[in-house]
Design a protein around this ligand. Structure first.
Ligand SMILES: Cc1ncc(COP(=O)(O)O)c(C=O)c1O
Length: 428
């Protein structure tokens, strides 16, 4: 028996996602299939906004688009009033297509090319620079109205070393002295509006690293203000709010989290003469992760002298996180929710890599070929990190809403594998 939370539901042993049977979705659209719940995305956004708004009047939430750039997902969040954090011209263009106004987009790219800065300048997209170079090049193109810097608050955190994005080891962000220089430069060039930003890492379930980093960020903001005279319109704490992946893992207590963060923010803002800037968050995972599942069909069941392997039609090409970070994703047998877990097995994909393991030594009920599995928490960094590795077309995506459902991304076909390829003249 499995305890499920909305939008997932056990109806007589069958998995339903916001009122739609998982098996029906798989039958209609095929597998592997990403399924996103609109209501869950909306509920996540509203819960977060409400918790923070209870302590401070000026809250803004940027959705970190990299998490899931399906245009329907973007539209849902645009409709909720979210702003958007984009890290590439591609994300900017998808956000604009989804209906986000240009002034609701903040670009936080790293190692940015000059033609990308030109693309942003032409669309009046605010740039959050993470080194001096893009700022200098941007000023050479056009003086922006608003400038913000991604500052390294010297405190990082995250579920894996790859996702710690502040501190000594990281490529991201401006250290204090360069940050002071950057704002001085921008002000001198005629920029009139300013924000300041950090992003410490991902999958953080403790308040402490955020508090330490925010404290440092505000200290740096004070120094910038004193030395350059810049006044900050917004302070962006970044994203990284974790969600539980493993059964028994505790979720962030938003009431306590928001109160702790905002009391520190208000105290320091008053102490440092920063006024009342808009307080921004930049979550990705928190908004969409538990709204999505990846449905995969079982192709093979294989027993070796050492292990049992359940071979499915998804893998590291579809969901990279387990291979990349060793991440845990809970897996359900979509048609056997009432059966006890009687076996220990590895759930593996179709990719020719031994690291193509979605779950290791996992307890599951007896599984037969043809069964449908649901990999939970796949709404974040699922499709967006997927690839055509091993020349497998990318998966389809569906959106469910209160018993209704629709395809929101067609499955790629074999033709897509050839898209934009050319045969060299001498091979023709
Ligand atoms: C600049 C920035 N903001 C926000 C996020 C979102 O992180 P998360 O999905 O963990 O909230 C990321 C993730 O990499 C990021 O790089």
């Amino acid at each position: 028996m499995h305890m499920l939370k909305e939008p997932f539901e056990n109806r007589s042993g069958k998995l339903f996602i916001d009122g739609v049977p998982a098996e029906k979705l798989a039958e209609e659209f095929g597998t592997p299939l990403y399924v996103m719940s609109e209501e869950r995305i909306r509920a996540n956004y509203r819960r977060l906004r409400k918790a923070f708004s209870a302590h401070y009047g000026k809250i803004r939430i940027y959705y970190a688009a990299k998490t899931n750039t399906n245009i329907s997902v973007l539209k849902i969040l645009a409709g909720e009033g979210a702003h958007v954090d984009a890290v590439s011209p591609g994300e900017v263009s998808l956000a604009l297509k989804a209906g986000f106004a240009a002034d609701k987009i903040l670009f936080t790219g790293t190692s940015v090319r000059t033609d990308e800065l030109e693309f942003l300048a032409a669309r009046a997209i605010a740039v959050n620079a993470d080194s001096l170079s893009p700022l200098e090049r941007l000023l050479g193109i056009k003086t922006p109205e608003l400038f913000s810097a991604r500052v390294n608050p010297e405190v990082g955190a995250g579920h894996h070393s790859h996702v710690v994005t502040a501190g000594k080891e990281t490529k991201f962000g401006l250290w204090q002295d360069d940050a002071v220089k950057a704002y001085g430069l921008a002000k001198k060039a005629g920029v009139r509006r300013f924000g300041i930003h950090m992003h410490i890492g991902a999958g953080v379930l403790d308040t402490e690293p955020f508090l330490l980093a925010l404290d440092r960020l505000l200290g740096i903001a004070k120094k910038i203000r004193v030395e350059t005279g810049v006044e900050f319109e917004f302070v962006d704490m970044g994203g990284g709010l974790g969600v539980p992946y493993k059964p028994g893992e505790k979720e962030l207590d938003l009431a306590v989290f928001s109160e702790n963060i905002l009391s520190l923010f208000k105290k320091r803002a008053a102490e440092y003469g920063l006024g009342e800037p808009v307080f921004c968050l930049e979550p990705g995972r928190y908004l969409v992760c538990d709204a999505g599942a990846l449905l995969a069909a079982v192709n093979t069941v294989k027993t070796t002298p050492f292990k049992k392997f359940i071979g499915v039609d998804a893998g590291l090409n579809t969901l990279l996180r387990p291979a990349l970070y060793g991440s845990y994703h809970h897996i359900l047998s979509a048609g056997k929710l009432d059966l006890p877990d009687t076996q220990t097995c590895d759930v593996v994909g179709q990719i020719c890599e031994s690291g193509d393991v979605l779950a290791r030594d996992r307890r599951l009920p007896e599984i037969a070929e043809g069964d449908l599995l649901a990999v939970l928490n796949a709404g974040a960094y699922g499709f967006s990190m997927s690839s055509q590795y091993n020349s497998r077309p990318r998966a389809a995506e569906a959106l469910v809403k209160n018993g209704d459902y629709e395809l929101i991304r067609e499955r790629e076909t074999l033709e897509d594998l050839l898209a934009r390829q050319r045969i060299a003249r001498w091979l023709k």
